[in-house]
Design a protein around this ligand. Structure first.
Ligand code: ARG
Length: 466
C-alpha cells in the first residue's frame, strides 16, 4: 500500500510531486556540511551507546560506515540524491543501505531540527577559526607595511581635500585598527555558536535521558542550550556572523576605494602589481584595478545576505519552520566572499609599490601646514581664533598673489603679525609636521611605534575561544 519511499514516507499514500522535491532539496548547497554532520552523528551514536540504546557492535559499524561515507564524499565518488532533500538524509539513507539495522537506530532521540542547529554551529565555529587566522595575517601585513615605511609623509585628507601632513603608516594602520575591531566581532559571533543544541529534538526535547553534557564535551562546546524550543528556532548566531561579514566588507570596500584612487595617474601614490590588475580588450595601455573593484563590489552581497536572513526570520512563528532552510545560501555565500576578499586584499597589499616621492610632493599643497603656523602664534600668546584669522589672511594673500605658502619669507609673515619671528619658517615645512604632534594616538613617529606595539599585542591575545 505504501506509495512514498522517503525516510519519512510512512503516512503518505501519494508520491511527492516534482516541484515539491525541487523546492525542498538543499543538498546542492548543504552537502558542504558533511564533515560537521558526520562529526555530530558519531558523537550522537556514542551517546546512544552510553545510554544503552546502541550496542558496542552497532556503534562500531555506525562509526566505520560514516567514516567510509566521509572518505567517498571527499574523493568525489559519493552519489548525492536530490530526492533525499538534504545532507542529513543523504548520509543516513546511505548508512542504512550499507550497515542495515544499526543505521536505522542512529536517528533515535534526534530530529533534523536539532541536527541542523548543530551542524550550522559546528560549521561556523570551524570557519570562524580559519577566517580569524587569515584576518590576523592580513592585519600583520598592514602592520609590517606601516613599520617598513615609517618615514613616508603624505597628505591626510578630510572632505577629500588635502588637510594636514600625516605619516603614510598612520593612514595604513587605520585599516589594521578596523580589522582588530572586526576580529572582536568575529570572536563574538563565534562565541554565539558556543552552546550545544542536540537533545532539543524536534522542539520539545526527547523521550530519552540523553547525556547532553557528554555531547557538549565530545563536540567541543562550552555550554548546552537551555530551551529546546529556542534551540531549534534560533539563527541569531548566523546573523552575528553575517553582521561581522558586512562590517568587514564595508572596511574592505573603503580600503579598495583608496587603492583605486591612489593608483590613478592623478594620484600615483601606489602602483598595484600586474598580478592584481587586468587589461582592456580595446585600450592596449590600460591596467585596471579589477580585484579592488570587485572586492568593493562584493560588499553589496554581504549586506544583501544579512538583510535576506533578517527578513526571512522576521515573520517565523516558533519553533522550526522550513523557511529556516533558507539560512544556508546567504551564510555560505558570505563565508566564501569573505575568504576570497581577504585573499584578494592580501595579494594587492603585499605586491603594491609605494611611490614615496609622489606622496611627499603632494603634501606641499593646499596650505597643509596652516594649522602648524596657527599653533605657532598660539604658543606665542595669540588666542587661537585670532591666529586662525591671521593665517586665513596669509592664505588669501598667497592665493591672490600666486605666492608659494611653503616658501613664504619671514618678512612677509611679519606683515601679518608682530608675533612671528625667524623660527616660524620651519613650521611651514610639511615634512616635519607629523613630528610636531604631541597627543597620544597622533601621527608622530613615537606614537605610531606605540600603536604598532599595541596592535601586535592585541593580535597575540586574540585567540578563538571556541
Ligand atoms: N534541511 C533542513 C534545514 O536545513 C533540515 C531540517 C529539516 N527539518 C524538517 N523537519 N523538515 O533546515
Amino acid at each position: 500500500m505504501k506509495q512514498n519511499k522517503k525516510l519519512w514516507g510512512g503516512r503518505f499514500t501519494e508520491p511527492t510531486s516534482g516541484i515539491t522535491e525541487k523546492i525542498s532539496a538543499s543538498i546542492h548547497y548543504d552537502a558542504r556540511l558533511y564533515g560537521q554532520d558526520i562529526r555530530g552523528s558519531i558523537a550522537h551514536a556514542k551517546m546512544l551507546k552510553k545510554a544503552g540504546i546502541l550496542s558496542a557492535t552497532e556503534l562500531e559499524s555506525i562509526i566505520s560506515g560514516l567514516g567510509q561515507i566521509q572518505k567517498e564524499i571527499e574523493a568525489g565518488s559519493f552519489r548525492f540524491d536530490a530526492s533525499l532533500e538534504d545532507i542529513h538524509m543523504n548520509i543516513e539513507a546511505c548508512l542504512t543501505e550499507r550497515i542495515g539495522e544499526a543505521g536505522k537506530k542512529l536517528h533515535t532521540a534526534r530530529s533534523r531540527n536539532d541536527q541542523i542547529a548543530l551542524d550550522l554551529r559546528l560549521y561556523l565555529k570551524d570557519e570562524s577559526k580559519e577566517i580569524q587566522i587569515k584576518l590576523k595575517e592580513l592585519t600583520l601585513l598592514l602592520v609590517n607595511i606601516a613599520e617598513d615605511n615609517l618615514d613616508i609623509v603624505m597628505p591626510g585628507y578630510t572632505h577629500m581635500q588635502i588637510a594636514q601632513p600625516v605619516r603614510f603608516s598612520q593612514h595604513i594602520l587605520v585599516y589594521a585598527q578596523q580589522l582588530l575591531r572586526d576580529l572582536t566581532r568575529l570572536e563574538n559571533a563565534s562565541l554565539a555558536c558556543g552552546s550545544m543544541p542536540l537533545g532539543a529534538g524536534a522542539l520539545a526535547g526527547v523521550n530519552y535521558l540523553t547525556d547532553r553534557e557528554f555531547l557538549s564535551n565530545e563536540l567541543g562546546f562550552s555550554d548546552i542550550t537551555h530551551n529546546s524550543m529556542d534551540t531549534v528556532s534560533d539563527r541569531d548566531f548566523i546573523l552575528d556572523f553575517l553582521y561581522f561579514a558586512s562590517v568587514l566588507g564595508m572596511h574592505f570596500s573603503r580600503l579598495c576605494e583608496e587603492l583605486i584612487l591612489w593608483s590613478t595617474s592623478e594620484f600615483e601614490f601606489i602602483r598595484l602589481s600586474d598580478k592584481v590588475t587586468t587589461g582592456s580588450s580595446i585600450m592596449p595601455q590600460k591596467r585596471n584595478p579589477d580585484v579592488a573593484e570587485l572586492v568593493r563590489g562584493k560588499t553589496g552581497r554581504l549586506y544583501g545576505n544579512l538583510l535576506s536572513l533578517l527578513t526571512m526570520l522576521k515573520g517565523i512563528p516558533l519553533t522550526y519552520n522550513r523557511d529556516l532552510q533558507e539560512d544556508k545560501e546567504p551564510l555560505f555565500d558570505s563565508v566564501d566572499t569573505v575568504r576570497m576578499a581577504i585573499e584578494g586584499i592580501h595579494e594587492m597589499l603585499s605586491s603594491m609599490k609605494i611611490n614615496k616621492e609622489k606622496m611627499l610632493s603632494s603634501v606641499f599643497r593646499n596650505f597643509s601646514t596652516a594649522v602648524d603656523l596657527a599653533d605657532y602664534l598660539v604658543k606665542k600668546g595669540v588666542p587661537f581664533r585670532e591666529s586662525h584669522e591671521i593665517i586665513g589672511s596669509i592664505v588669501q594673500y598667497c592665493e591672490k598673489n600666486n605666492a608659494d605658502f611653503f616658501k613664504l619669507s619671514i618678512d612677509i609673515l611679519k606683515d601679518f603679525s608682530k608675533h612671528f619671528s625667524d623660527d616660524a619658517i620651519e613650521k611651514l615645512d610639511p615634512t616635519s609636521s607629523p613630528e610636531r604632534k604631541e597627543s597620544s594616538g597622533s601621527t608622530s613617529k613615537s606614537e605610531i611605534i606605540k600603536q604598532i606595539e599595541h596592535i601586535k599585542s592585541s593580535l597575540d591575545k586574540c585567540h578563538s575561544k571556541n
